[in-house]
Design a protein around this ligand. Structure first.
Ligand SMILES: [Zn+2]
Length: 350
């Protein structure tokens, strides 16, 4: 299949900054409705889709992937008509000069301002996001206010394209890639277990949407589908640590530990055994006290939930130009399908 025709392209190019996931919800609802027994939107805005199992295993499994992406919110206007913003989620200010954006529901086109080389005589310090401005092509405050409102969301603009072989580039693979994996997993169900598929909101601003899931879903186990950083390219010599937490093309990455979670050892072993049994490549995301996923709240909710997080390695996360390997992405789908098919209660014991 050509990438151009896929849901991955449609979803990664759609706009869905944290708390403004409406457009993403619409696309996902349409994609899942024929493959599930029930689907509803909870009070947070999470999509909760239920697929009844064939009954082979009396287990309920929650799968989660977040719909939101990082971006900005309009916070003010300058007299010359440029727009002030603050970031929503973690964004490196060094990326922003000359980046294309769209603002609000009307998708007003804009660009982050910078001083062109013709008139900038010295190296400039990197500005914080709060000090950056967006140019929407007007020359005064009233004109700007006529096009853009305070609180409007600002989204990166970037097409999803094939680069070389399985390598693709686009925005918001974090975590629309996980959303598409979950949709593909639902399409090949039902499985012996009952599946509760949660497409969550507001992960990028502090894992908020997932905090209500366990209470409602009462799962026996949970699987979080994410993306994680890969930066195995040559680094600057003055960088103290050149090790990458994952490698592109080495399969989906299983988490051992991150800043919020030490993952369930027996359930994770079921992933490893399943991958070995079916010849699916996988790797470990090297354990570290950094990063975090929706698992951070899920695994300590209710009476505690055995949770595994699996990520597709990506370069340049939280930028408009994320690079991902479609083979890693597809192997992740394949692995979770087998994990669900072969899951029994003993795989969840400690
Ligand atoms: Zn993410």
């Amino acid at each position: 299949m050509r990438l151009e025709d896929t849901l991955l392209k449609e979803l990664s190019e759609a706009h869905g900054i944290s708390s403004k996931e409406d457009g993403i919800r619409k696309i996902i609802l349409k994609a899942v409705k024929d493959h599930v027994d029930d689907v509803h939107i909870d009070s947070m805005g999470n999509i909760i889709a239920f697929q009844r199992g064939s009954g082979g295993a009396k287990l309920r499994v929650l799968i989660a992937a977040h719909m939101d992406e990082v971006g900005f919110m309009v916070t003010g206007f300058d007299s010359n008509g440029t727009i002030k913003v603050r970031n929503v989620g973690g964004i490196d200010g060094r990326l922003l000069p000359a980046m294309r954006v769209e603002i609000g529901d009307k998708k007003v086109p804009g660009v982050f301002t910078w001083r062109p080389i013709h008139v900038s005589s010295h190296e400039r310090d990197v500005k914080k996001v709060d000090d950056m401005r967006i140019d929407i092509g007007v020359d005064n405050k009233d004109a700007a206010k006529g096009k853009v409102k305070l609180g409007d969301m600002v989204t990166f603009v970037a097409e999803t394209v094939t680069m070389h072989g399985p390598m693709v580039r686009g925005k918001a693979f974090d975590d629309r890639a996980g959303c598409v994996q979950m949709i593909e997993i639902l399409k090949s169900g039902p499985y012996p277990v009952d599946l509760i598929a949660a497409f969550t909101v507001q992960e990028e601003v502090g894992i908020r949407g997932a905090s209500v899931l366990v209470e409602a879903a009462k799962p026996d186990a949970a699987i979080v589908l994410e993306t994680t950083a890969s930066h195995e390219l040559p680094q600057d010599e003055d960088e103290p640590d050149q090790t990458s937490v994952t490698k592109m093309g080495h399969g989906p990455a299983l988490y051992v530990m991150d800043r919020l979670t030490i993952y369930h050892p027996t359930f994770r072993k079921h992933f490893e055994d399943t991958a070995d049994k079916y010849g699916i490549p996988y790797q470990y995301r090297s354990p570290q006290y950094a990063g975090g996923t929706d698992a951070g709240i899920i695994h300590i909710s209710g009476a505690g939930v055995p949770t595994v997080a699996m990520s597709t390695p990506c370069r340049y996360l939280h930028s408009p130009h994320i690079i991902m390997n479609l083979d890693d992405f597809a192997h992740g789908i394949d692995l979770v399908r087998h994990v669900l098919t072969d899951l029994t209660p003993d795989k969840l014991e400690r």
